[in-house]
Design a protein around this ligand. Structure first.
Ligand SMILES: [Cu+2]
Length: 320
């Protein structure tokens, strides 16, 4: 059993333990929190360190690498598309009974989140398909540029006992494809008039805190708008295989303690060393934008952890 498998098994058992604790919690009250805080808000209650860690385990495993898992299969209607135009991408999720799943539990306001990215990690799209009465999902995608794209569906079937599933498939747009080189690690990303800075280090197998700060025209943004029940959504994809990690913020709009910027705090746990591309979706003045970062995950307990900077700040390795 290699380390990754061990970690995976460890995480899976923790998820099971947590699911049990949650079920008990609703019946007999909070468990594990000596301060008596509720576990109800998973991942949002920083007072309950235990619950918080467990919530992190929910998202720490590499996902999105399989087209079928736990009896559920992603079935695209078509996987080859003509270049140069927007397409209507459609697919089903078939359940263990072979029929399209038509009963989902909402995750972050939506029954299903679809992440689409080119194999070179460019062209990121985070969209929310619409489901028809037959269980077929459809969404317009921008597949204008030739290449191989990865589509990943993140959902939770109502009948499943797993926390959530992410299934992935490749779709291709034939033609002369150009590969976009992955930008090097950086702590600042610019999108339109916004600068977003990233502080914090990714460490393999360990939870780390990432803080993203949004400013516009040099001024901190303090009126971020809720998007999908959060001030920001962060997706991390691993370079090389596009393993998927959906990370969520610490705190939620309206919880009485979470500010609407400029900082958005996340707890991330990556499964391995390597290069990751981080995609932050945030909403301001009615528009959702995505800030992208490349980050290197250091080895656990290693002195190669990128924490030695002359400026003394705990920031991402700039690769300088
Ligand atoms: Cu989504």
């Amino acid at each position: 059993m290699n380390v990754a498998t061990k970690l995976g098994a460890y995480s899976a058992s923790l998820v099971l333990v947590f699911a049990g604790a949650l079920a008990l919690g609703s019946a007999v009250g909070p468990i594990g929190g000596s301060n008596g805080a509720s576990h109800g808000a998973i991942g949002q209650d920083e007072a309950t360190r235990g619950g918080h860690d467990m919530a992190a385990k929910e998202v720490d495993q590499a996902a999105g690498l399989q087209i079928s898992s736990d009896g559920y299969t992603l079935v695209p209607t078509a996987t080859v598309f003509e270049p140069g135009r927007a397409v209507g991408f459609s697919f089903r999720i078939d359940g263990p009974d072979g029929k399209p799943v038509d009963d989902y539990k909402k995750l972050h306001d939506k029954e299903l989140h679809l992440i689409v990215v080119r194999r070179d990690l460019s062209g990121y799209q985070h969209v929310h398909p619409v489901r028809d009465t037959n269980g077929t999902w459809t969404v317009p995608l921008d597949l204008a540029t030739p290449g191989t794209y990865r589509v990943m569906a993140d959902f939770k079937p109502a009948s499943s006992e797993t926390m959530s599933l992410t299934l992935g498939a490749d779709v291709t747009v034939p033609g002369n494809q150009r590969t976009t080189p992955l930008p090097g690690p950086a702590s600042t990303a610019t999108v339109d008039d916004y600068d977003v800075t990233l502080a914090g280090d990714l460490v393999a197998g360990e939870e780390s805190t990432l803080t993203l700060s949004v400013s516009k025209d040099g001024e901190p943004v303090e009126d971020l708008q809720p998007y999908l029940a959060a001030y920001g959504h962060l997706v991390a994809l691993r370079g090389g295989d596009l393993a998927y990690l959906h990370v969520h913020p610490d705190g939620a709009p309206g919880d009485g303690r979470t500010k609407a910027g400029p900082e958005i705090t996340f707890h991330a746990q990556v499964p391995s060393v390597g290069t990751y591309r981080l995609y932050l979706d945030f909403r301001h003045e009615g528009q959702v934008r995505t800030a992208e970062f490349t980050a290197e995950a250091a080895r656990r307990g290693s002195d190669t952890t990128p924490d030695t900077h002359s400026d003394g700040h705990d920031q991402m390795d700039m690769g300088s």
